[in-house]
Design a protein around this ligand. Structure first.
Ligand SMILES: C[C@H](N)C(=O)N[C@@H](Cc1c[nH]cn1)C(=O)O
Ligand SMILES: [Zn+2]
Ligand SMILES: [Zn+2]
Length: 520
């Protein structure tokens, strides 16, 4: 059973508080169902999901307990264990499952220097009825790093369920909750004795948080083989814009992630002995990093903004209608330190303009205390979120030129190297497709309101690859909300979003089955 902690909610924050939400009562739901002329069997499915909610939370607790951090070599066995956990659960549910190896990872090794295996991709099929549509779903079972000492209020890998419904744990919203949502939807159909409305193809990877190493090749290879039957693709791996209105997402930014390494001395040095006599890599690095972007987020690299698609009149009119409040953003951010004061500029900055973030410095002293060291080699990490019509190679070339020139200006005797650690494309699709229609109807049925159509500031590198390799429409159908704190301390998923999200995923599949066959 999940651990239920009856603590005061205020002790746990990721800069958020909970909202009172108004959920659908049974009569309103029945009215919605009549209005949407829809699958009566959904009511049975919804009741089944409700009655299995403790079991579904327990499944999430087991998944969160596996610290499947893809960016740390030492955690790789846990990432693999998580892949096996999913494969076992799917097998128990009657799916046909394969664990596909992806070979060795480039650029990361085991502690002893030996090559590191990439975690397997979980490929699974549930149902193969030619009379039904086939939906391909993708998600990831790896997570961002998390240590209690980062500032978590609870153990990050121990799902902590508060009595107000917030469920804290690394991966709860990104992306273990949504991935398990598909498994839970299958199980609830089985337990309720309701025919599963579509065939499901599943692709769950363990390297998304590290740029989806190795997955593009597999998708391209299987586009017309394992994934050949797919009629459309659905990904549940992003978040609502706020806490009240659900959304369907038709765009993502890309992500180019860079390292800049500066080295000089043969070893770390005593700053009393060598300070003032040796040129310091850290001094050079902070000056190079500081040259990239200003306080208002304006990218200083020439050749980036020049690639950005102009705003059309149609796009300019879209923003005001979106349910988004600056107050909710302040709440998710945990402060009022926003660059813009208005909604439109903020949404444009998140969805359709590039941004440059500086993430950290490897090799630098970062612990509490006052160590008087001169680090011998430091590596700065930064990334650019890319947007239409930016090109990966052009962007890389512009970044390398900027960094090389910024370093040259320092006239330093140290050595500098810059490279892209991983790159991932932006993606924008048409929401005018039966795949989105089905999701919109499911949203209205489950949440009692029409969804907003949104773009996402984050990246899911393989989205464009799925679209191109299958030639099918891709839909992003988020489960969690803006206050979940993905990648942050105290990541959480609200129980309401998890349970209603399981209903949403199942309802979407029923509406997919009912969409006219001649569209898309
Ligand atoms: C939106 C998705 N849940 C996510 O968090 N994606 C990551 C993927 C990533 C990591 N490196 C490059 N892309 C993200 O947007 O940071
Ligand atoms: Zn994710
Ligand atoms: Zn993520």
């Amino acid at each position: 059973m999940p651990r239920i902690l009856l603590r005061q909610p205020s002790r746990l924050t990721n800069g958020t508080t909970t909202h009172t939400r108004h959920y659908l009562t049974a009569p309103i739901r029945a009215h919605q169902a009549r209005k949407l002329k829809m699958a009566p069997q959904l009511d049975g499915y919804f009741s089944q999901v409700d009655s299995m909610s403790d079991h579904f939370i327990e499944r999430l607790r087991q998944a969160v307990a596996i610290p499947s951090v893809s960016s740390e070599a030492a955690r790789r066995p846990d990432v693999v264990r998580m892949g096996h956990f999913l494969a076992d659960e799917l097998t128990k549910l009657g799916a046909t499952v394969e664990l596909r190896p992806l070979g060795k990872q480039v650029g990361m090794t085991n502690a002893d220097g030996s090559a590191l295996d990439l975690p397997p991709v979980v490929l699974a099929r549930y149902g193969s009825d030619k009379a039904k549509r086939t939906i391909l779903v993708y998600g990831h079972y790896d997570v961002q790093p998390a240590e209690r000492s980062d500032g978590w209020d609870t153990e990050p890998f121990d799902l902590t369920v508060l009595d107000d419904g917030r469920m804290f744990g690394r991966g709860s919203t990104d992306d273990k909750g949504p991935v398990l949502g598909w498994l839970n939807a299958i199980e609830a159909h089985q337990k309720a004795g309701i025919d599963f409305p579509v065939n499901l193809l599943m692709c769950f990877e363990g390297m998304e948080e590290y740029g989806s190493d190795g997955l593009d090749d597999l998708i391209n290879e299987e586009g017309k083989k394992y994934f050949a039957d797919a009629d459309a693709v659905c990904i549940s791996d992003n978040y609502w814009l706020g806490t009240e209105r659900p959304c369907l997402t038709y765009g993502l930014r890309g992500c180019n992630y860079y390292s800049v390494e500066i080295s000089g001395p043969g070893a770390d040095l005593h700053s009393g002995v060598f300070g003032g006599t040796a040129q310091e890599p850290m001094t050079d690095l902070v000056r190079v990093l500081a040259s990239l972007v200003d306080t208002d987020g304006v990218i200083q690299v020439q050749g980036i903004k020049e690639q950005v698609a102009p705003v059309t009149a149609e796009e300019a009119g879209l923003y005001e209608g979106i349910a988004f409040e600056m107050e909710t953003l302040h709440e998710s951010l945990g402060s009022k330190t926003t660059i813009f004061e208005d909604k439109k500029s903020t949404l444009m900055a998140r969805w359709r303009n590039p941004s440059l973030s500086v993430h950290g410095i490897e090799g630098a002293f970062s612990a509490p205390g006052a160590k008087t060291v001169i680090p011998a080699k430091v590596t700065g990490k930064f990334s650019i979120r890319t947007v239409p019509n930016m090109e990966v190679d052009k962007t890389n070339a512009a970044v390398y030129k900027h960094v090389e020139e910024a370093f040259a200006k320092l006239k330093s005797k140290n050595t500098m190297k810059v490279w892209a650690q991983h790159t991932g494309n932006w993606w924008v699709a048409s929401p005018k497709h039966w795949n989105f229609n089905a999701a919109a109807k499911a949203t209205e049925r489950v949440w009692g309101m029409k969804p907003d159509f949104t773009r996402e500031g984050g990246s899911i590198p393989v989205t464009l690859t799925f679209e191109q390799a299958t030639g099918k429409n891709v839909l992003l159908l988020p489960m969690g909300s803006s206050t979940d704190g993905a990648h942050s301390i105290n990541e959480k998923l609200d129980k309401k979003n998890y349970i209603e999200g399981i209903k949403l995923l199942g309802a979407y599949l029923h509406y997919v089955a009912e969409e006219p066959k001649n569209e898309g």
